[in-house]
Design a protein around this ligand. Structure first.
Ligand code: CS2
Length: 489
């Protein structure tokens, strides 16, 4: 039996499984979400589902994949229903019905534009990962990015998220339809502000009046999102299908912990998210910084250091006492204190709770998954901490070790011919120094990449020498003995 509209009543007979209680069939689409991957389906779609279970509303979701047809093709066969498995001591299951359709922009541009310009669409949200924003190192839209160049030249069918948003807003302006809210849900610092900047930069290149209209009329709330969501594996599909008693080809798994903080500058209606745990506040900045600098910085540090040391998952590496001590020390001595946390957040306990979350034995979160796209992620997760510490005269020793682990991770992959999942992978392969043994040259070659490091760090002699020292220590020592390496610095 497959999970579908027809079989959901059978699944619901098992009272331990939560199923939609709202009138799904008659729920209209109110949200277009760009990037309906695992994180969206485990997080925003679940808050929306819970809000509709509680208070109804026309908040069905149209997921739009820009290129890949996999989500559409798999989900269509099961009426866009899927299971959320919450991995804790006991596993809980919920069938999510909020996703009502999935479109693929590459093949269905007209349908996507129709959804984006419909008066019933009140919100466009995004999880397109850091690279989807096409930003330069200063946080502006990179007007030389190939997708942006392409979209500005040929407006018949955009390929970038920014192109779609601007085109749809322009059409709504012409049609006299109120704009939608635009909500970034990516791990990008100041995500709403950066998205707004990118959209306005793009619109300015097209039509100054449209840019001015967007500036005045469209809300781009900043938001912080959090829930650890390991990728669905084949064993997940089998285990979840067995547990719900119906075949689900693409269930999603995540930890119990979930958090969503949204800037309260919304225009018009929204789902009853505030009744299901979403926090609306005037100051998201502190929450975002705390999350990116603690959870994501520690995650990336473990991803590179742990992979170099031969570990496979976050749980495995955090269970090693030397690595546990390393990330505790990093958080304590270099991260906490680099930013002003929100008043309501006890940052010491927040940090400890995050490390506890890494130790959830039910979650196999692959380091290789977190290691993707380092050139984009580290700009949000590590470099701003280094910059703030420099301004405050604080130490960056362990952060430089973390960055050096990424350098070494890339160099090793280049030498071994392993695949590097990163938008700059081809550029790394063009830099001969990265395959050599001269650590000074390696550090210089990385720091010269302005799209990652901007223009200042390469001239900072202290940072440069700490990076060289760390890289030497990693090459001479045994990464598994990370405490010995830390002692030598
Ligand atoms: C992770 C994040 O893959 C990664 O880069 O650091 O996806 C992390 O699991 C989430 O931000 C947690 O909310």
């Amino acid at each position: 039996m497959k999970l579908t509209n027809k079989t959901i009543a059978n699944v619901a007979e098992n009272s331990a499984i939560i199923t939609p209680t709202y009138d799904r069939e008659n729920t209209e689409i109110g949200i277009v979400h760009l990037g309906p991957g695992a994180f969206h389906r485990a997080h925003q779609a679940v808050y929306t589902e819970n809000a509709m279970n509680l208070a109804g509303g026309n908040w069905g979701i149209c997921g739009v994949s820009l290129r890949s047809a996999t989500a559409r093709d798999v989900l269509a066969k099961q009426d866009n229903l899927y299971t959320l498995a919450i991995l804790d001591k006991k596993i809980n299951y919920q069938i999510i019905g909020a996703m009502k359709e999935v479109l693929v922009a590459k093949d269905q541009a007209k349908e996507v534009m129709a959804r984006l310009t419909a008066a019933t669409t009140k919100l466009v949200s995004l999880t397109i990962t850091e690279k989807g924003y096409c930003l330069d190192a200063s946080g502006h839209l990179d007007l030389s990015h190939p997708d942006i160049v392409r979209d500005l030249r040929d407006r018949s069918q955009p390929i970038s998220a920014i192109g779609y948003i601007v085109q749809a807003l322009g059409q709504r302006k012409i049609n006299g339809i109120a704009p939608f809210n635009v909500l970034s849900c990516d791990n990008v610092s100041g995500n709403g502000d950066k998205l707004r900047r990118a959209v306005i930069d793009y619109a300015s290149a097209l039509d100054k009046d449209l840019a001015a209209w967007i500036e005045v009329n469209v809300a781009f709330p900043n938001s912080m999102v959090d829930s650890i969501t390991p990728k669905t594996e084949d064993y997940t599909v089998d285990a979840v299908s067995a547990a719900i008693g119906a075949r689900d080809e693409w269930p999603i798994q995540r930890e119990q912990f979930t958090q969503w903080v949204i800037e309260d500058n919304w225009q018009g209606e929204r789902p009853a998210w505030d009744k299901v745990g979403v926090v609306f506040t005037s100051d998201v900045d502190g929450f975002e910084k705390a999350k990116l600098r603690l959870l994501n910085c520690l995650h990336s540090t473990l991803a590179y250091a742990g992979s170099l040391a031969g570990f496979e998952t976050v749980y495995d590496v955090t269970s090693d006492s030397a690595f546990y001590d390393f990330i505790c020390k990093l958080a304590e001595s270099e991260v906490i204190g680099s930013f002003v946390p929100p008043k309501e957040l006890d940052v010491q306990s927040y940090s400890k709770e995050i490390i506890e979350r890494f130790l959830n034995p039910e979650i196999r979160h692959l380091l290789a998954q977190i290691a993707w796209d380092g050139s984009q992620k580290l700009q949000m997760r590590i470099l701003p901490i280094i910059q703030d510490n420099l301004a405050l005269g604080r130490s960056n020793k362990l952060l430089c070790l973390s960055l050096a682990c990424w350098f070494e991770f890339i160099c090793r992959a280049l030498k071994n011919g392993d695949e590097i999942v990163d938008p700059l992978a081809a550029d790394f392969a063009q830099i001969p120094a990265l395959q050599g043994n001269d650590t000074t040259e390696i550090v210089n070659a990385f720091l010269k990449i302005e799209s990652i490091f901007g223009t200042e760090l390469k001239n900072d002699s202290q940072i440069k020498s700490q990076l060289i020292e760390s890289l030497n220590a990693l090459r001479i020592g045994e990464v598994r003995q990370i405490s010995t390496i830390v002692e030598t610095l």
